[in-house]
Design a protein around this ligand. Structure first.
Ligand code: OGA
Ligand code: MN
Length: 224
């Protein structure tokens, strides 16, 4: 087993499970979502912030939106740029290790059968937005659980950039989240429409999704 990186100064397998995991599982079971501050060690959010702000413009790609892309509607729905996470960078690996611990913990307690994860940094330049959407359409996607992590130190209410969350058929948001450093939002991907309001400053986050394995006999469904 590779033990190449550390979380919060401790080798990963000696660190135990993060203190916030029981709360995440309890709130997911009760409400289908969990909003939490200080979810990860400041050393990790700091490393991820350093990483995302060190990426050059060329290392980001304009974000796509699945079906609507076909109709050329992309820029009208979202205007962020993204960089997919991988194993080459130490900070990204440390986040992926945390995400893997959470995957195992959630499966153990909620039997969701989370199978894989895909995630990206997102950069919303001033004025960028993501209109109301859901991350998965019933029966069309194997995205099960969304995790958004915010990476913006010293973010204030008048900076904007809130994420609004709606009940499945709701017209008024039930939550308005400023994208503050170390804050996370975890929610069932099919259930909760949400949107990102324009900000006055550059806004950074990681958005990612746990997927279930929808392979059936004779048909392989790779997590691509
Ligand atoms: C997404 C998304 C929310 C955010 O990338 O699908 O909804 O607050 N991101 O960054
Ligand atoms: Mn989304």
């Amino acid at each position: 087993m590779e033990r190449a990186f550390e979380v919060n100064g401790l080798p990963e397998d000696e660190a135990g499970e993060p203190a916030c995991f029981p709360r995440i599982v309890d709130e997911l079971a009760a409400h289908g979502y969990c909003l939490l501050d200080d979810a990860i060690p400041p050393s990790l959010s700091g490393a991820l912030h350093a990483r995302v702000t060190s990426l050059s413009h060329a290392e980001f790609a304009a974000a796509g939106i699945g079906r609507a892309q076909d109709f050329g509607q992309n820029e009208r729905i979202r205007s962020d740029e993204i960089h997919w996470l991988g194993l080459d960078d130490a900070a990204e690996r440390a986040w992926l290790a945390w995400i893997e611990q959470l995957r195992v913990y959630v499966n153990r307690h909620l039997f969701l059968g989370l199978f894989s994860y895909e995630g990206h940094f997102a950069h919303y330049p001033p004025g960028a937005f993501y209109k109301r959407h859901v991350d998965a359409f019933r029966g069309e996607s194997n995205r099960m659980l969304t995790v958004v992590l915010y990476l913006n130190p010293e973010w204030h209410a008048d900076d904007g950039g809130e994420m609004l969350m709606y009940a499945p058929q709701g017209e008024e948001p039930f939550a308005r989240l400023l994208p503050r450093m170390g804050r996370i939002a975890v929610f069932l991907s099919e259930e909760f429409p949400h949107e990102v309001l324009p900000a006055k400053r550059d806004r950074y986050s990681i958005a990612g999704w746990y997927r279930i394995n929808t392979s059936v006999a004779g048909r392989i469904d790779p997590p691509d």
